[in-house]
Design a protein around this ligand. Structure first.
Ligand SMILES: NC(=O)c1ccc[n+]([C@@H]2O[C@H](COP(=O)([O-])OP(=O)(O)OC[C@H]3O[C@@H](n4cnc5c(N)ncnc54)[C@H](OP(=O)(O)O)[C@@H]3O)[C@@H](O)[C@H]2O)c1
Length: 293
């Protein structure tokens, strides 16, 4: 397949491109800067220069492809709503280009937070949450199945970890522990944190673009829910710091997230696509030490 990938230069895109190329697909990666273009080309993809707001470029990228994986997102949490709207326009533009063709459009989203219960692929985020806009975009994508698009949504857990993760939530948690001199957790530390290794996530994106049925909601979940206390303990051990309960405010924007129990399962995804995570789980990956170099 010739696959158009937005966000090809990002953390997950940098794993998805080689995964696709390694499986014999041709990849065209969207890149908005020279450095992103160089990285995308080095990973074995053709480069399409453009920005998410450049809808004509997105349309052309989708038109000239056998399918799209949409990973680009403007991670500016000070203007989250504007980022969600840009995402919505990009999804609609690329979906319209694929309309009636049966070609796939796969987008990234999060897994729902349903405290006290393990979220499955059948669950949707309750509207009214801070990230509800992204779930509306996910729903709009799934609705494109009725317009002849083989659309699917890959729900990613809170952390997509692996060697080279420099700005994900785990990297941030480690930076905060270093800053404060203590490895903290919120409350009693029992809130569960779902996770996946970036290479396992990349594999699922490939399976989705190759074969997910139209309208599939998928979960790229390796660990269903690691208690935040266990994460703090392993970080404390590696940094030689004490582990202690702290106020949510001590973690900045991450505090709200840490306090929420968000376990999620991927049983239905595994059954549907035969996906099987094979990479280390979050604790094992942390214990490899690469986050602490
Ligand atoms: N990583 C996680 O733990 C996680 C968890 C849940 C959901 N997700 C979602 O998964 C997707 C991929 O995440 P990621 O971790 O790979 O993010 P990332 O490392 O921040 O990469 C974002 C990608 O989007 C591109 N991008 C940003 N603004 C753009 C713009 N205006 N025009 C064109 N491209 C633009 C970036 O290009 P540049 O290289 O030029 O900046 C980069 O390729 C996102 O939708 C993210 O929200 C990630």
């Amino acid at each position: 397949m010739r696959v158009f990938v937005t966000g090809a230069s990002g953390w997950i895109g940098s794993a998805v491109v080689p995964e696709l190329v390694g499986a014999g697909h041709r990849v065209v990666g969207l890149a908005r800067s020279d450095s992103a273009a160089a990285g995308v080309a080095a990973a074995g993809a053709e480069v399409l220069r453009g920005d998410l707001d450049d809808l004509a470029t997105l349309r052309a990228g989708a038109n000239n492809s056998d399918g799209v994986i949409h990973l680009a997102f403007i991670h500016d949490f000070t203007q989250f709503e504007a980022s969600v709207q840009a995402d919505a326009r990009a999804i609609e533009t690329m979906g319209a280009a694929l309309e009636g063709s049966g070609r796939p459009l796969v987008i990234a989203a999060g897994t729902p937070a349903l405290p006290g219960r393990v979220a499955t692929e059948r669950d949707e985020q309750v509207l009214g949450s801070p990230v509800a806009g992204r779930f509306l975009n996910a729903r709009a994508t799934l609705d494109m199945a009725a317009r002849g698009v083989r659309s699917s949504v890959v729900g990613l857990p809170r952390t997509v970890h692996g060697d080279g993760d420099r700005h994900g939530f785990i990297a941030r948690l480690i930076a905060i522990a270093r800053e404060k001199g203590v490895s903290g957790y919120v409350g009693d530390g029992s809130s569960r944190w779902p996770a996946v290794h970036v290479l396992d996530a990349a594999h699922l994106f490939r399976l989705a673009v190759e074969q997910a049925p139209a309208g599939s909601r998928l979960h790229a979940v390796g660990d269903e829910g690691v208690p935040i206390l266990d994460i703090a303990a392993v970080i404390g051990r590696h940094l030689n710091l004490a582990t202690a309960s702290a106020q949510a405010e001590d973690f900045g924007f991450l505090g709200q997230i840490l306090a929420v129990d968000q376990p999620a399962s991927s049983v239905l995804t595994r059954e549907l696509l035969g996906w099987q995570p094979v990479q280390p789980g979050l604790i094992e990956d942390l214990d490899k030490g690469h986050y602490f170099g």
